[in-house]
Design a protein around this ligand. Structure first.
Ligand SMILES: Cc1ncc(COP(=O)(O)O)c(C=O)c1O
Length: 358
């Protein structure tokens, strides 16, 4: 019996990249007695990432600006720990990755949600500005955006930077920006990318290798401080990085993953196959009557259900062994998300179900 077609999460449905296997195998062999000793942010991957990220974003990162983390999850939690005090408000736009809220609550922060501008899902800067109050400490921007696949334009991020600069002056303390960029490498159609870290000096970047390698179980990522941040502020954040990571549960990547950074950094999942699946899915869904947003990045498709009863449509797909992420988990009940990390075979098997259910 064929397995179910599970499009819910960004998990692999085929064997891992051979390069990932080779790198892990090679670096698992000890070179010295300290090979598996406690590892914090190791100097070699810090220096490697500072240079690599610097070239990519055209910013002069110093190795000390980079904290190696167990994926973007840990980087985000450390960012909260660094800049948010209990009771502070953190603004983000919905639909959003469904873990920001529980993580903010775990950090004793107050989530302040605003809506993206439907149907294009651009940032709504008027709504962001209106949400800023005396307790606002952080704004989260996720680009390329999960679940919509939007990549925010430089102009809109510049306008956000201006807004945060003015608002910080108005409320009398600095508002930080967290740029959550784990999908930065995954862009369709030659789309460019601007990091808010290049536009707003008080930006922290969270990144994960879990997406580009499609190996989210091998926890590896980093938190990076924008080198544009005034030196005094940057150094005061640097000074507490280690203690924050320790106090949050030693959320560094394991030793083997840190050694493997230069090898892993060269690799990517097959983006041609991702584009092929996106195009195949989009053409079939549009023909069947769904409204699908063309993703500019990530590996997701964000689509509207075809009628006003999303629960019935989700159930009807599930009855046909096809599972998608319902938009209701991201406060967008009229929509659903498909992960394109599926295999081609799974896509072909599932398409008739989407047509029937429409
Ligand atoms: C927007 C966003 N941020 C952070 C993460 C966490 O990534 P990781 O599990 O690789 O740490 C995810 C994973 O789905 C995500 O979609």
């Amino acid at each position: 019996m064929p397995a179910i077609c599970d499009f819910t999460l960004g998990n692999p449905h085929e064997m891992p990249l051979q390069g990932v296997v080779t790198a892990i195998r090679e670096w698992a062999i000890p070179h010295d007695k300290n090979w598996f000793a406690y590892k914090a942010s190791e100097p070699e991957p810090q220096a490697f990432i500072a240079e690599r990220l610097g070239l990519e974003l055209d910013l002069a990162f110093e190795p000390g600006d980079i904290a190696l983390t167990a994926g973007a999850f840990a980087a985000i939690m450390i960012a909260f720990r660094l800049v948010v005090d209990a009771g502070d408000e953190v603004i983000y736009s919905e639909p959003a990755w469904f873990c920001y809220e529980p993580m903010l609550l775990a950090a004793n922060a107050v989530p302040r949600k605003v809506n993206l501008r439907s149907p294009t899902f651009d940032l709504d800067l008027v709504a962001v500005e209106a949400a800023i109050g005396p307790r606002t400490r952080l704004v989260i921007v996720n680009t390329p955006h999960n679940p919509t696949g939007r990549i925010y334009s430089r102009a809109s991020l510049e306008a956000l930077a201006d807004l945060l600069e003015r608002a910080s002056a108005r409320i009398g303390h600095r508002i930080f920006l967290l740029s959550d960029e784990p999908y930065r490498q995954l862009r369709f159609d030659g789309h460019g990318f601007t990091s808010p870290a290049a536009l707003y000096p008080w930006t922290l970047i969270s990144y994960s290798y879990g997406k580009v390698l499609l190996a989210p179980g091998q926890r590896l990522g980093y938190l990076a401080l924008s080198p544009l941040m005034p030196t005094a502020d940057r150094h005061s954040l640097r000074a507490v990085l280690f203690s924050a990571q320790m106090a949050l549960g030693w959320c560094f990547p394991n030793a083997v993953m840190q050694y493997a950074v230069p090898d892993l950094d060269k690799l990517s999942i097959d983006q041609v196959a991702l584009t092929r699946r996106r195009d195949r899915f989009m053409a079939a869904l549009l023909r069947a009557g769904y409204s699908v947003l063309v993703p500019e990045g990530t590996f997701y498709l964000w689509s509207k259900w075809t009628d006003s009863d999303p629960q019935r449509q989700w159930n009807a797909l599930a009855d046909r062994d096809v599972f998608v992420l319902p938009g209701s988990v991201m406060n967008s009940p009229g929509y659903f998300r498909i992960s394109l990390t599926a295999s081609d075979e799974m896509v072909e098997r599932a398409l008739p179900a989407f047509v029937e259910v429409a």
